[in-house]
Each structure stands twice: as structure tokens, then as C-alpha cells.
Design a protein around this ligand. Structure first.
Ligand code: GAR
Length: 189
């Protein structure tokens, strides 16, 4: 039996934040969300987090540049007491400096069965390739895009007539199941 306090997790988003909402819904003894941060102040997920009473950080790197943005983000993460970072639809590459500072403490969810289809347009590429299965992966973030160790994956079938949007919706349901479970395991390490 352990009486360890819940791990403090920051979630980085760029948009709607449905994975962040799934992570928030699964908060409990394993982890709590200490901060939701975004590189896009208009990201709908930020307003949602704010309404839940979760601390938020919002700042665009446009203007000040990436280094100043990441410095401010790092300060906000420390101020919030964050120990772990979960990227959830965060669509900007983190610098090598930032990744090194948080080495081994950042994970990401990616909408493909890695190592297949790193980067963008994963669902269209899986359909175009004639794949029979697609899915999502939770992986450790390293300096190289979508290349860190895979922690967990979930598969869905690709059906005849699927469009990228139809497939994305099927994969997203699995993302919302997979990510909280993988995060709970990860913060125990
Ligand atoms: C999710 O499908 C996530 O896997 C993907 O963006 C979507 C964000 O949705 N992430 C990436 O493509 C990262 N390269 P959400 O904002 O509703 O969680």
C-alpha cells in the first residue's frame, strides 16, 4: 500500500483538447492536473480547463519567439509544481533545450501505430497505403519527432469507404481510453 501524493501533471494543448478532457476526467489518486498550457491563447480547450478551475497558461510564441515562449512556459510549469508533461494535440515542436530539461518526463499521444506515420496527416496516409488497421500510440518525447519509446498502443480497423475524418473519429475514441491509462502507468515510474 502506498500513500504517495498524486503526481502533478501539466497538459500542453493547441486546440480543442478532447484528450486533455479525458485526462482530466481520469484524475485521482495516480495524478492531478496542475496546469493546462497552450501556445494558442484561443485554443478552445483552455477555456474549458479554466471553467473547471484548472490553472492555465496561454501565450503565443509569435512576436517574442520560441526561446522566450519556452522560458515562460518552463517558469509556469515550475510555478504550478508540475512534475510530468503530457502533450495532447500540442502541434508545435519543443526545442532540444526544453526536451533535455524535462528528459524522460514528457509523453505524447500520436494518432498512428508508430513507427508508422510520424508527423501529420496520419489517417489519410494509412488509408492511402491500403492498411487494414490504424490506431494511436503514447510515447516518450525525445528530440526526434514522434520517435521516443512507445509506452502503449490501441488499434482500430480501417473500414471500406473510410474517409480520414471517419477514421480519425474512430481512433479518437481509443485515444481517450488509452491516454489516461498510459499516463497512470507512466507517473508510477
Ligand atoms: C489527437 O488526435 C492527437 O492524437 C493529435 O491531435 C489530436 C488532438 O485532438 N495529435 C497529433 O497529431 C500530434 N502530432 P484533441 O485536441 O481533441 O485532443
Amino acid at each position: 500500500m502506498t500513500n504517495a501524493a498524486p503526481a502533478k501533471v501539466a497538459v500542453l494543448i493547441s486546440g480543442r483538447g478532447s484528450n486533455m478532457q479525458a485526462l482530466a476526467a481520469a484524475q485521482g489518486d495516480a495524478y492531478r492536473l496542475a496546469l493546462v498550457a497552450s501556445d494558442r491563447p484561443e485554443a478552445p480547450g483552455l477555456a474549458w480547463a479554466d471553467r473547471q478551475g484548472i490553472a492555465t497558461f496561454a501565450r503565443s510564441p509569435k512576436g517574442t519567439g520560441k526561446a522566450a515562449f519556452e522560458q515562460a512556459l518552463d517558469t509556469a510549469l515550475h510555478d504550478a509544481g508540475a512534475e510530468w508533461i503530457a502533450l495532447a494535440g500540442y502541434m508545435r515542436l519543443l526545442s532540444d533545450t526544453f526536451v533535455a530539461r524535462w528528459r524522460g518526463r514528457i509523453i505524447n499521444i500520436h494518432p498512428s501505430l508508430l513507427p508508422k506515420y510520424k508527423g501529420l496527416d496520419t489517417h489519410a496516409r494509412a488509408i492511402a497505403a491500403g492498411d487494414e488497421v490504424a490506431g494511436c500510440s503514447v510515447h516518450v518525447v525525445t528530440e526526434e519527432l514522434d520517435a521516443g519509446a512507445v509506452l502503449a498502443q490501441a488499434e482500430v480497423p480501417i473500414l471500406a469507404g473510410d474517409t480520414p475524418d471517419m477514421l480519425a473519429a474512430r481512433v479518437l475514441i481509443e485515444e481517450h481510453r488509452l491516454y489516461p491509462a498510459a499516463l497512470k502507468e507512466f507517473v508510477r515510474t
